[in-house]
Write a protein that binds this ligand. Structure first.
Ligand SMILES: *Cc1c(COP(=O)(O)O)cnc(C)c1O
Length: 419
């Protein structure tokens, strides 16, 4: 007889970053129910994001312990531009990476040395470039048109700008959530065009710093990251050899992912750290006099954040139970599955005031919007809830508040707080 083998249902990686006491999730040393009460006193009944400084510190510490000391850590602000978060991470890391004039203003507001800020992004306007030149940050140039405009502005302003070339390599970061290199891309200058651009930079007497080589994002396979880093260093050497001026700065990108969906595991940093150490040694001719930077967004902040909303109603429809909350895709587009996902999968979710229960139920958690896209959890087994309970979504510290269409349908904005 054939045996029927049921494959194990993939589970979410354990979410252990916040402790539980008295059956309630604790954030920043307080029960989440207390934080929710404070939010309600000040703002009325509104969903909120809460970011825990201690969890951010632990992520930075894990990187510092496992990566070579020669690697500088930058925070890529796009992941979470809340000024309090940026200030906190600016103090913990070695620099900030910005991708707009607005982010630049927040970065400068932290008071860090402008020379440890770099500015990437296709489509920087002349106003953006002027602000960057004036501030003295490193501008990652994305095209020869941008080089031309920087040269003209620099002449007008009488300032010698710090520039780097963002390179679009001829390889990609395999199995990445979002690929941003290899093939035709709007980002950076194709590697084969870089040598000619370097001659141009030299003639124009700009302050050349080095290269920015960013391949992709949200990768959970250390082998793929190691492979991309090997190719990144090889490319940097090849381009440095073609440069008439020395390499002083090399941004090797990041791409470190965090587990969001069932079956995903936390990335092991050990092998990545060891490989980086041998790369720094092998390429010491180009790295000994230059700053080697890794830029990380979500890895530093996503695990530290929760999105919290309140149950408004519980209803059943033709055999399924729907938990309707006051929060949804307008605050958290990524968790709804509408931010770059091909097949919708659930973020890890809990009932923050009922962490365990004898009475479990399979439900879908939905938001208040009149669209079937407004799903926070689909057919998940959770403790049985009632109106007033708090639904919390883990892994929500990055690409949440600022990456969501808050005006869609005119519900109140979410609140953000740091503990
Ligand atoms: C988005 C982005 C990052 C941050 O990516 P994470 O996945 O959040 O780490 C870093 N660098 C550049 C150039 C980016 O566009």
């Amino acid at each position: 007889m054939n045996q029927i083998v049921t494959p194990a249902t993939p589970q979410h990686a354990p979410m252990t970053q916040f402790p539980v006491a008295g059956n309630i999730l604790q954030v920043g040393g307080q029960p989440l129910t207390d934080i929710a009460r404070q939010v309600r006193q000040h703002h009325g009944q509104r969903p909120f994001y809460v970011y825990d400084r201690e969890v951010m510190n632990r992520q930075v510490q894990a990187l510092r312990e496992q990566l070579p000391a020669g690697i500088h850590l930058h925070y890529a602000m796009k992941a979470n531009p809340m000024p309090e978060v940026v200030s906190h991470l600016a103090a913990q890391t070695d620099g900030l990476d910005v991708a707009s004039h607005g982010e630049l203003a927040i970065a400068l507001g932290t008071g860090i040395d402008p020379a440890s800020i770099s500015f990437a992004g296709p489509g920087k306007s002349s106003a953006d470039l002027r602000a960057a030149i004036e501030a003295g940050v490193i501008i990652n140039m994305e095209s020869s048109g941008e080089l031309q405009r920087i040269t003209e502005l620099a002449l007008q302003m009488g300032i010698r700008p710090k520039v780097a070339v963002r390179v679009n390599p001829d390889f990609e970061l395999k199995t990445s959530g979002m690929k941003m290199s290899g093939g035709p891309k709007p980002f950076g200058v194709d590697a084969e065009q870089v040598p000619a651009m370097l001659q141009d930079i030299h003639q124009r007497e700009l302050d050349f710093m080095g290269f920015h080589i960013f391949c992709g994002s949200q990768n959970l396979k250390s082998d793929a990251i190691i492979d991309a880093q090997n190719k990144t260093f090889a490319l940097a050497r090849q381009l440095a050899d073609a440069a008439p001026m020395p390499l002083r700065w090399l941004n090797i990108g990041g791409g470190l992912g965090i587990p969001y969906f069932p079956g995903e595991q936390r990335l092991a940093l050990g092998a990545i750290g060891e490989n980086l150490q041998s790369l720094l040694e092998h390429y010491s001719d180009i790295t000994c006099d230059s700053e080697v930077v890794m830029e990380l967004g979500r890895y530093l902040v996503a695990e530290a954040g929760l999105y919290v909303c309140e149950v408004i109603d519980v209803k059943s429809s033709r055999g399924e139970t729907f938990v309707v909350t006051n929060g949804g895709l307008h605050h958290h587009l990524a968790a709804s599955g509408n931010f770059g996902q091909v097949i919708r999968k659930n973020y890890p979710v809990c009932v923050a005031n009922r962490m365990t229960s004898d009475s479990m139920e399979t439900v879908s958690v939905v938001g208040p919007l009149c669209t079937p896209l407004d799903i926070l959890a689909s057919k998940m087994t959770l403790p049985k809830v009632q109106p007033g309970d708090l639904i919390a979504l883990y892994q929500s510290g990055a690409y949440g508040f600022s990456a969501s269409p808050q005006n869609f349908l005119g519900h109140p904005e979410a609140i953000e707080l740091v503990v």
